[in-house]
Write a protein that binds this ligand. Structure first.
Ligand code: TMP
Length: 242
């Protein structure tokens, strides 16, 4: 990144830089991958570029469907311009199918299609290992008002309907995903962060038998190999469709 831009924040998968316009930021997607709160780390050449391209297309789709997001434009293959936001320290997970931590923490069988989407909210705090949090604890900690929390939940459910149907049309089952939101300088709530195979579980529907083929970060989490091939396949299907 050009020296004139100041590094404002560096996360596990992205760097956020200042922009000439104080209302905007430049987000650079890194090739780093982490899992289990960074206990497991690796680098995959080309992952940053793929996630940036995939996220941009998904944000465009959501904006077309009247979802407010921080995305403004793709700058180049691994950087995007976004509205500057104050991140709300919550991770909103929506699950359509039981998998991952839900099955480790409950007796629900892996792969069970849920009768209605389940929303699990986690506190975004690496030191505390992103614990599952309740509405009452969010209120107690004064993180956001209950009105804003309801708005975020409502947006998450709407986003699910849009994404589920979009991914189905490119032969992918949207198992679950994680969203982050923030306030822009006008204090409006916007969808932020990224939407990519790093934070969505996507299963290939082009399989003849019932075997699960993950085309997402579970390839790294569960040592399945072929992460870049899977992300490239998602990017290819999105580009062929849109
Ligand atoms: P989980 O089953 O591990 O709780 O994950 C649910 C979804 O959230 C899955 O799509 C992966 C995503 N996720 C993140 O994006 N970041 C995280 O730190 C975690 C734990 C999950």
């Amino acid at each position: 990144m050009n020296d004139k831009y100041e590094l404002l924040y560096e996360g596990k998968a992205k760097k956020v830089f200042s922009h000439d316009d104080k209302d905007k930021v430049i987000i650079e997607f890194k090739d780093d991958a982490t899992a289990f709160n960074a206990l497991k780390k690796a680098k995959f050449e080309g992952k940053g570029k793929l996630n940036c391209l995939i996220s941009s297309r998904i944000f465009e789709l959501l904006i077309k469907n009247n979802i407010p997001t921080h995305f403004l434009e793709l700058k180049n293959e691994n950087t995007m311009i976004a509205q500057k936001i104050k991140v709300i320290p919550l991770e909103i997970v929506l699950r359509n199918t039981a998998y991952g931590s839900l099955c480790k923490q409950t007796t629900i069988k892996s792969g069970t299609v849920l009768v209605k989407p389940l929303i699990d909210i986690y506190l975004k705090n690496d030191e505390l290992n992103d614990p599952l949090i309740t509405k009452d604890r969010i209120e107690l900690m004064n993180i956001i008002s209950s009105k804003d929390l309801d708005l975020i939940i409502d947006l998450t459910l709407k986003i699910n309907l849009i994404l589920k149907s979009f991914f189905k049309s490119i032969q992918l089952q949207l198992v679950d995903f994680k969203l982050e939101f923030g306030y822009n300088l006008k204090n409006n709530i916007l969808l932020a962060d990224e939407i990519s195979p790093d934070n969505c579980r996507l299963w290939d529907l082009n399989q003849k038998n019932d075997i699960i083929v993950s085309l997402d970060k579970d390839r790294f989490r569960n040592d399945l190999g072929g992460l870049i091939e899977a992300y490239s396949e998602i990017n290819r299907r999105i580009n062929d469709f849109i």
